[in-house]
Write a protein that binds this ligand. Structure first.
Ligand SMILES: *Cc1c(COP(=O)(O)O)cnc(C)c1O
Length: 388
């Protein structure tokens, strides 16, 4: 059966996965080795040194490529390692157009690491296509999209922005971390490279950090594999095994994340102490129509403000949740809560934060797969601790 005709529920379990030829082991072994014995110089079984190739990693890479509906996958030690490899496709003088609502680590590597090497980054509101159009020039060699964005869950029209990028021959990259291929496959919408922090939904169990790049271009794959091997941000075989294991339940987890997310988003919206709720599934969410078109469902990420909009009331809430653990990161089976103004976005000055719509009381939820009644009960008791 052709991979391209199979559903993601089947691909997560079978794509690229064969019983181990030497033993019949149904689960991909952890090839914990740094090197491989050669019969004579150059006479080997396709594996020479573990930075370059590892059989556990190979299987994971094939599986991930199939999930994104693309031909090639490459795994990195972290999401940032994957992003780093993408920017190294560029030369000094090249320009990148990206969104002004970007993951903080991506913004940091762009502006603090690569800008000094002579690469120019333009950040625009990518939900506004005319802003993208006017930022793109003949020097634009890369367009970097992230959607839904963090923490306001803005939706960018991948297909339209990709078309604008293609019109000047730029490489279009989508950071698909917040959606996972279960919700959105940017390769089908024109992305040349799909990037993930596998640390989040792909692994899903909060016990690994890893990055992924998928592409259908042989040329891009070869250049990225060269960078991967030259720069060395490759993952270990144990981590590859764990992500392969986590992926087997991606569809089941994502379905529950979405179901729980939907109930919580609506519940929050009707709560008297809650101000605004950001969730792309609301019909009045900006670009809801685009979300409906390019996503299969709306995910488990929700942000909301408190009516009082003070840091103090946010603190009262954050100290009171019990099932929602206060922590950075997202996409694991257990529910997490975060406070962008003091955690992920603390390095951005308050005026700039507020101008971007990021209020002091904004709280971000990564809704897990616990029983919905228990999650609601936890949010209810935490909101009752808010005195203002
Ligand atoms: C976490 C994250 C990254 C960075 O990935 P790491 O695995 O932490 O290095 C990049 N983009 C998004 C959207 C993320 O959430």
């Amino acid at each position: 059966m052709e991979l391209s005709t199979q559903h993601i529920e089947t691909l997560v379990l079978h794509a690229g996965i064969e019983p181990d030829p030497s033993t019949g082991a149904i689960m991909t072994p952890i090839f914990q080795t740094s090197t491989y014995v050669q019969a004579a110089p150059g006479d080997h079984k396709g594996y020479e040194y573990a930075r370059t190739q590892n059989p556990t990693r190979d299987v994971l890479q094939k599986n991930l490529a199939a999930l994104e509906g693309m031909d090639h996958g490459l795994c990195f030690s972290t999401g940032m390692g994957a992003i780093d490899a993408c920017v190294k496709l560029l030369q000094p003088g090249d320009e990148v157009v990206s969104t002004n609502d970007l993951y903080g680590g991506t913004y940091r590597i762009f502006t603090k690491i690569f800008q000094p090497y002579g690469i120019k980054f333009n950040f625009v509101d990518m939900s506004d296509l005319s802003a993208v159009q006017s930022a793109i020039t003949s020097r634009t060699k890369m367009v970097w999209i992230e959607t839904p964005t963090n923490p306001l869950l803005r939706i960018i029209d991948i297909q339209s922005v990709a078309q604008l990028g293609k019109s000047v021959g730029a490489t279009v990259i989508v950071d698909n971390t917040f959606s996972s291929p279960y919700l959105q496959q940017p390769g089908k919408l024109g992305a040349d490279i799909v990037m993930h922090s596998a640390t989040k939904y792909l692994n899903g169990h909060s016990d690994v950090v890893m990055g992924v790049l998928c592409t259908s271009s042989q040329e891009l794959r070869d250049r990225l594999a060269f960078i991967q091997n030259s720069c060395g941000a490759t993952p270990g075989p144990m981590d590859c095994f764990l992500v392969l294991r986590g992926l087997k339940t991606l569809h089941v987890r994502m379905q529950r994340h979405c179901e729980n997310g939907k109930v919580i988003a609506h519940w929050l919206k009707s709560h008297p102490k809650v101000g605004q709720v950001y969730w792309p599934g609301f019909e009045d969410h900006f670009n809801h129509e685009v979300a409906k078109k390019q996503m299969n469902d709306f995910g488990g990420m929700i942000s909301f403000t408190l009516k009082s909009n003070s840091v103090e009331s946010a603190m009262q809430f954050l100290k009171s949740t019990q099932l929602f653990s206060l922590a950075e990161s997202l996409g694991g089976v257990e529910s997490l809560v975060g406070h962008p103004a003091t955690m992920t976005h603390a390095s951005i000055p308050k005026e700039e934060r507020e101008a971007n719509g990021l209020k002091d009381s904004l709280i971000r939820l990564s809704v897990g797969i616990e029983h919905i009644d228990d999650l609601i009960a936890d949010l209810e008791q935490a909101l009752s601790a808010v005195t203002e």
